[in-house]
Design a binder for this molecule. Structure first.
Ligand code: GLN
Length: 488
């Protein structure tokens, strides 16, 4: 098996007229055809629309034009990104039959950059979960071992890239949903600084935490995708109105003179084989010229508790709109309240209901101060803790997840254990900071380990610089078992 062709190379060849976007697409559709039954990465493959996009790219090249930096590169979209006229389900029954009347800004930007949207990927329902098992449409399987979860909530996007179904994918990360599945599937995944990528057209889970970001087979391809989607958008009121860091141009700048802090709290609960990989990555950075030291940010240990008050609180409010009137499913009943109740009872799965109830409780008049407001104070403390660390360090290093991919079914009956899979990723969301997961060889079970680099707001350039060095030193990982990928 040959390695899949990098997106950077595909785009360059398509732009130069050496490779046709239609051929690239047909190759990936064939890979999907061969492997999708085993993996179930997609809720929908949009082959016809993709063919039209690919033909348009080829026509632009034939006419002497430039389709853009992602020319002809297939991109898989998480199914909580609005696509005009194409079902967008959030892997929930409650959105059954709904077709958004508009495209998310990231979808528009991808098209403008010449990318080809190949389909909508499976996810945990409304992005609530860490394994893609809360999807109403069946679980996605890890291409490295189909008895294991791909992680979540963007498990379909991570699996699609790992299996060679698409060179690039987009996901959303509220508490780790890009980085955690990236780690478990052996691909690169990055959560940008809050406000650098427009959330316009991203179906809201917890609006103060949600952020869209790239999945790719390499750090350079993730950089290519981030550069294409980032930047101010007047349609998102939380979009930062200042220059977004460009990252593709800094990949070769190295780590000489940088200070890297090993974030000790993130190693505390990590399995020994995962912790060992983090230490190896630290040694590689030291060998490349960085100063490496251990750093403690005790406040991050409070992150998980604060997150499970803030995120459900915001979710309970955001999900109030699914009332049987405005979107998707309606279950008829004798009056409006009964219809509303029947629709929500049938339309939402158990995990979403749990979050809505938790969130409603922590926002209720009698408990708001004790829970929600207290969690906001903890959030501020976490930001202050990171500030102190970043006064000494350029970036922090830790595991992305405490373990490699766990077995399908292993944690579904124990929500708290499931929530703990995000213990290493949640602090960056609470702080609004960027972080990236880079594959770093196999764990003891042969499955991928991801190491995580964390930085202060708008440090994407530095993160990608360091990530490139980590990637260059990473021990090899066996190819996924499910894939027939390879150059088109
Ligand atoms: N697993 C976490 C949760 O269930 C994070 C999900 C996410 O980032 N969307 O809330």
């Amino acid at each position: 098996m040959t390695a899949p062709r990098p997106a950077l190379e595909t785009a360059a060849m398509v732009r130069a007229g050496e490779l046709s976007a239609v051929d690239v697409l047909e190759h990936h559709l064939a890979v999907i055809e061969a492997g999708e039954e085993a993996v179930h990465a997609f809720n929908l493959v949009t082959a016809d629309q993709a063919r039209a996009q690919a033909r348009a790219v080829d026509a632009t090249v034939a006419a002497g034009g430039d389709p853009g930096p992602l020319a002809g590169v297939p991109v898989a979209l998480k199914d909580n990104l609005c696509t005009r006229g194409i079902p967008t389900t959030c892997s929930s029954r409650i959105l059954e039959g709904w077709e958004p009347p508009y495209d998310a800004t990231v979808v528009t930007r991808l098209a403008a950059a010449g990318a080809v949207a190949i389909g909508k990927t499976n996810m945990d329902e409304f992005a609530m979960g860490s394994s893609t098992e809360t999807s109403a449409f069946g679980t996605t399987r890890n291409p490295h071992d189909t008895d294991r979860v791909p992680g979540g909530s963007s498990g379909g996007s991570a699996a699609a890239v790992a299996a060679g179904f698409a060179p690039l994918a987009l996901g959303s990360d509220t508490g780790g949903s890009i980085r955690q599945p990236a780690a478990l599937c052996g691909v690169v995944g990055m959560k940008p600084t809050y406000g650098t990528v427009s959330r316009y057209g991203l179906v809201a889970f917890a609006s103060s935490l949600d952020q869209i970001g790239p999945f790719a087979g390499s750090v350079a391809d993730a950089a290519l995708l981030f550069d294409a989607i980032g930047g101010h958008d007047p349609l998102d009121s939380t979009s930062l109105n200042r220059p977004t860091p460009r990252v593709l141009t800094v990949l070769d700048d190295g780590v000489d003179g940088m200070t890297v802090g090993i974030l000790t709290e993130l190693l505390d609960g990590a399995a020994p084989d995962v912790a060992a990989r983090v230490h190896q990555a630290a040694e590689a950075l030291a060998a490349a010229g960085a100063r490496v030291e251990e750093v403690s940010v005790p406040e991050v240990t409070l992150g998980l508790s604060a997150y499970y008050l803030i995120a459900p609180g915001e979710a309970s409010s955001n999900l109030a709109r699914y009332d049987g009137v405005r979107y998707g499913l309606r279950v008829d009943a004798e009056d409006t309240v009964a219809m509303n109740t029947a629709t929500r009872s049938q339309g939402f799965g158990a995990e979403v209901k749990r979050r809505i109830m938790l969130g409603t409780y922590v926002l209720s008049a009698g408990y708001m101060d004790a829970y929600y407001n207290q969690a906001l104070r903890v959030r501020t403390r976490i930001i202050e803790g990171f500030d102190t660390a970043y006064s000494r360090c350029d970036v922090l290093l830790g595991p992305t997840t405490p373990t490699t991919a766990f077995a399908i079914g292993a944690k579904v009956d124990d929500p708290l254990t499931m929530y703990l899979s995000d213990v290493c990723t949640i602090p960056s969301n609470l702080a609004g900071h960027p972080a990236i997961s880079v594959p770093y060889g196999p764990g003891e079970d042969g499955l991928p380990v991801g190491v995580q680099l964390l930085g202060p707001a708008l440090s994407e350039g530095t993160l990608f610089q360091v990530a490139a060095v980590v990637e260059g030193a990473a021990p090899p990982l066996a190819a996924p078992r499910v894939t027939t990928g390879g150059p088109a």
